[in-house]
Design a protein around this ligand. Structure first.
Ligand code: UDX
Length: 465
């Protein structure tokens, strides 16, 4: 292990970087000789501060969009460029690391980068895919391709039928990863990509897939994809905030957004379990009228709230965001552009997490025992919201209108259900506490296993080449 050099590559989204970076830290704790964390050239320029750890290094590769991807760029072109330019620049990166005396022993890559495995194979470097989505969503993709005999026909506009997974509730189209639905704008780019990931794993009996989950959280889904040789190594959540023996070290996270400094004090002034924390992750863009309805719902509950509104992410209109901010009096709520989410979720004032159910946020809610009000937007979020509501039963999923919008009254109803004195709220809070225990055990046990090298060792000894 001490002679090994791991190159971890990730797309520059916060939801991709976080689990990959946490995995890098685990490798270092397990005694890896060197870990290099790399993302795209533009992505690296967006990092606000680079955590410094012994044996940890940073690098970049070009994806062909060194000035950043614009919302107007065609997704097919983005993927094609990413593969064409990325394959070339990743090869160059591997060669230059080797030339400087640090040859790469293993390449780990996340979602959207399946071509990295081909680059690695050409250079005789073993590579492994780390799935950053929930395993249940990944397993649904797997079933989806199986049902279609492994062939996806983009001209076939049939919506996928509901999918049954043994031991889990029925997943209907509203619970499936959104990109599997034919009317989803990303279906035609993401379905072939997932197919590529899954087929590559199926073709190579020696391949394995690293999962950001644990047996206790997603046992059924892990079992379902057992022939892909799954290795659950999660939950990969920021460890420092959960380990009582550790100081809470937020500098050990990579942030793509500037953190606000004002919320800690504000949270300290609020009673235990009283605050609604609201965040929709790093990608979702809510319409102006939706944000107004959320504001109305939050103020209607008379509960204090901390709401993360990323700069120009709610409306692409700074003036509008300022207007929303101006409407909020600090007594009632606080709006910040970004925070350390784990610091917030581990604060005792937090009583509910209103969120999009991105997989990292979902794992973080489970690990901190914070009940959830889910308002999923896209991707695996719909599947994760189903798991929250019906499997772990640690929260509720808001009922939305046909066009997907959420009314203020529904927010009030759900917050009352989750945070109020009724039977359902009590059950949800009890479950959240129970799952916190189980998740922490998995995090700590995983951490211990990683320290003992057993899980990392299992992965290192895996005959992936
Ligand atoms: C994306 C997809 O949207 C999601 O569906 C998929 O599961 C993972 O990739 P994102 O939308 O950013 O992720 O959501 P999420 O997975 O929840 O990741 C967001 C991360 O940003 C979390 O780890 C959260 O702790 C962090 N965060 C968010 C902060 O640190 N501060 C904030 O203010 C908000």
């Amino acid at each position: 292990m001490e002679n090994k050099h791991f190159l971890l590559i990730s797309m520059p989204g916060q939801g991709h970087i976080n689990p990959m970076f946490q995995f890098g830290k685990c490798l270092i704790h397990a005694g890896a000789g060197r870990v290099t964390f790399a993302t795209t050239a533009h992505g690296l320029t967006q990092v606000k501060a680079f955590p410094s750890l012994e044996n940890l290094h940073y690098a970049s590769f070009s994806d062909g969009f060194d000035d950043g991807i614009k919302p107007t760029n065609d997704p097919h072109r983005i993927m094609a460029e990413l593969k064409r330019v990325g394959s070339q620049t990743l090869t160059e990166l591997l060669l230059s690391l080797s030339k400087e005396g640090n040859p790469v022993s293993y390449l780990i890559y996340t979602l959207l980068l399946p071509w990295a495995a081909d680059v690695a194979r050409d250079m005789s470097i073993p590579s492994v895919f780390l799935c950053i989505l929930s395993t249940t969503a990944f397993a649904l993709c797997y079933c989806f391709f199986e049902e279609r005999d492994g062939v996806y026909d983009s001209n076939d506009n049939r919506p996928p039928s509901s999918i049954e997974m043994p031991g889990l509730p029925l997943f209907t189209s509203k619970d499936m990863p959104s990109f599997l639905l034919p009317n989803d704008p990303h279906a035609s780019t993401l379905i072939p990509l997932f197919q590529h990931h899954i087929q590559a794993l199926e073709k190579d009996s020696k391949a394995c897939v690293l999962l950001n989950t644990s047996d206790c959280l997603e046992e059924e889904a892990i079992r379902l994809i057992s022939n892909l040789n799954p290795i659950p190594i999660g939950p990969l959540v920021s460890y420092a905030f959960l380990d009582e023996n550790n100081s809470t070290d937020s500098s050990c996270e990579i942030d793509l957004f500037e953190k606000s400094a004002e919320y800690s004090q504000w949270l300290n002034s609020k009673p235990k379990g009283s605050v609604v924390y609201v965040s929709f992750g790093s990608l979702a863009v809510l319409q102006k009228n939706q944000m107004e309805k959320i504001l109305l719902g939050l103020t209607g509950t008379c509960r204090p709230f901390l709401w993360v509104i990323r700069p120009s992410a709610g409306s692409n209109d700074r003036e509008f965001e300022e207007k929303i901010r101006d409407k909020v009096n600090e007594e009632v709520g606080l709006i910040v552009p970004w925070c350390s989410q784990m610091e917030v979720l581990t604060h005792e004032s937090i009583g509910c997490f209103m969120m999009h159910c991105g997989w990292n946020s979902t794992l973080e809610s489970l690990a901190t025992g914070v009940p959830v009000l889910g308002f999923p937007q896209f991707s695996d979020q719909t599947t994760n919201a189903k798991m929250v509501e019906e499997v772990w039963r640690t929260g509720v999923r808001a009922r939305v209108n046909e066009d997907g919008t959420l009314e203020a009254e529904e927010i009030e109803r759900c917050l009352e259900m989750v945070m109020g004195g009724g039977q359902r709220g009590e059950e949800i809070r009890r479950n959240a506490k129970r799952w916190k225990g189980l998740t922490l055990e998995a995090v700590m046990e995983g951490g211990q296993k990683r320290k003992d090298n057993s899980e990392i060792d299992l992965f290192c000894r895996y005959p992936i080449w």
